[in-house]
Structure formats: C-alpha cells, structure tokens
Design a protein. Sequence first.
Length: 162
Amino acid sequence: MRAVVLFALALLAAGCPEREEEKEEKEAPSPPTGGTPAKPSPTMAPTEDVGPDGPADLAVPALAAIPTDPASIEAGKAVFETRGCGACHQFGSKLVGPDLTGVTQRRTILWIERMILHPSEMVRRDPVAKDLFKTHLTEMTYQGVTEEELPELLAYIKSQGG
C-alpha cells in the first residue's frame, strides 16, 4: 500500500505546474541571428562553474568536518525525521529517491550540502543531479533544512552508512 501511495505522489509531483523560472525561460526572446550574442538571462546558469562539488556559486556553510559525537548524530536523526527525508530516502534500498548508503563516498560533502540546501538549482544546473532526476523521475524538494541543522543531518547520514 505504501508503495502505491508513494508512486501516486511521484506521479502527482511530475504533473505539478511549471516553476516561475521555467515560464521565464520559455517566454525569453530568441537570441539575435547576427551581431553580438545576447547576454544570458538571469535564469540561465553558467556551466563553466560546475565541478564535482556542484555549481560553485551555490552558497553552503564551510564545514571543517562532519560531527561524529552521539549528540550530533541524534540531532541529525531528528532533522531527518522531522524534515521528511525518510519519505523519499532509505539506507540500503531505493525508495522514491536514491539509496543513501555510501552517498558520502559517491559524492563530495559540498555536493551533498548543495543538493540539500539548493535542490532545484542543482537539478537545473548540475549534471549529476540532472541524471538523478532522469533516473528517479522526481526532483528532490526543498525541505527547509537550515545551515545550523546541516552538519547534524550529515552526521546522521554518515553514521547510517551514508
């Protein structure tokens, strides 16, 4: 039953109305056919700044290290549960989103931070996030994780084999 509900939610999400930036991109005038090329619109993202950590201009807090103390891990578990991460992610199996087991070995911490704090921008601009969207057919939604909660959430994910 749970799988049916999740599948229905995924289908519903896929049919959501366009985001404002998508409408703006479609409504943008065509580039001129001659002369100087048009400047990119504010919604067009540069691609040269995308590396293994995602688009460099997406701000995330600088972390010296992911906390490993039990209090931080427990606080991160609370963030995972209250922000609804478990509705799409599990450890050891795919649900709606990717399996989180081994995610800190597959992706850089900066990339993970950017994906949590800026999921729409990552899906729009980062090649890895775009591929994940194509594979899972669902864009990760912004869950309102704060910069203060982020180290604890990462501590919990890593403690679970992430």
